[in-house]
Design a protein around this ligand. Structure first.
Ligand code: G3P
Ligand code: CA
Length: 269
């Protein structure tokens, strides 16, 4: 059964065009914008000296030539590292980065990503995921809102007009964001269906659900319940063509994918 969607399905580049370029780098986000992605997804963490950087893992070992936890390192420590070489270029033939452009593969601050989006020349939305928000007791959200304010993005007139949304697996993190900025849309990410939300409800004030593709495949009826409850549904991480088809069939509102170009093509865009 297909349920009505309010807008065309949105294609969101997960960690940038991260199949082709190293995730969370300027190279990956530039590529996603070139590919025509409607929005960019990024994870944010606080450094020891209070900067928000786009890094998924708690530690930098997998995606850089350094070691250690983001929270224990200062921005200057991270800026000295290479966040691109780990990506196997044989598996990513479309990705080219010149040695003359080290910024493309250095650590990416959220501030730099906001600048990239501001200079994109077209509307590109941003889905920002707060990582490890409990450890920092509000500092991640506080810093995020300060940065958004600098770009005039912290207080949209209405949620539908906001090019930025904040996502989290933590309802408390989303609550903090809404308390400070009621019109900033929030997305409650779901890795499993909590028994108390089985009927399609979301935490108070949240209007967008972010279920995993695994939930969509195993419980399509749950997606229908979310839609019937009036929520938008943004699904992650949707890389396989048959999963894209299922998302379209179920009327989801956004597809979060490592392969924005392929998904756009499949959708005929
Ligand atoms: O977009 C949501 C998705 O990114 C959540 O999972 O682990 O990739 O941050 P993860
Ligand atoms: Ca994420």
């Amino acid at each position: 059964m297909t349920l009505a969607r309010q807008h065309p399905i949105q294609v969101v580049a997960h960690r940038g065009a991260s199949e082709e370029a190293p995730e969370h780098t300027l190279a990956a986000y530039r590529k996603a914008i070139e590919d025509g992605a409607d929005a960019l997804e990024c994870d944010v963490r606080l450094t020891a000296d209070g900067h928000l950087v786009c890094v998924h893992d708690r530690r930098i070992n997998r995606t850089s030539n350094g070691r250690g936890a983001v929270s224990a390192l200062e921005l200057a420590d991270l800026a000295a590292l290479d966040f691109g070489s780990w990506k196997n270029r044989d598996e990513a033939p479309d990705w080219e980065h010149g040695p003359g452009d080290p910024e493309d593969t250095s650590v990416l601050t959220l501030e730099r990503l906001l600048e990239l989006v501001a200079d994109a020349g077209r509307r590109v939305e941003l889905a920002i995921e707060t990582k490890h928000p409990t450890r920092w007791a509000g500092q991640v959200e506080e810093r995020l809102l300060v940065l958004l304010k600098r770009f005039g993005l912290d207080a949209p007139e209405a949620p539908t007009q906001s090019p930025v949304r904040v996502m989290s697996f933590s309802a408390r993190s989303l609550h903090r964001v809404r308390a400070a900025s009621p019109n900033l849309p929030t997305v409650y990410l779901l890795q499993f269906i909590s028994p108390r939300l089985r009927d399609g409800r979301l935490p108070a004030g949240v209007r967008i659900a972010g279920p995993s593709m695994r939930i969509v495949r195993s419980h399509p009826g749950y997606i229908e319940r979310l839609k019937r409850a009036g929520h938008q549904v943004h699904v992650w991480t949707v890389n396989e063509p048959e999963d894209v088809d299922l998302c379209v069939e179920l009327g989801v509102d956004a597809i979060i994918t490592n392969r924005p170009r392929a998904v756009l093509r499949q959708l005929g865009r």
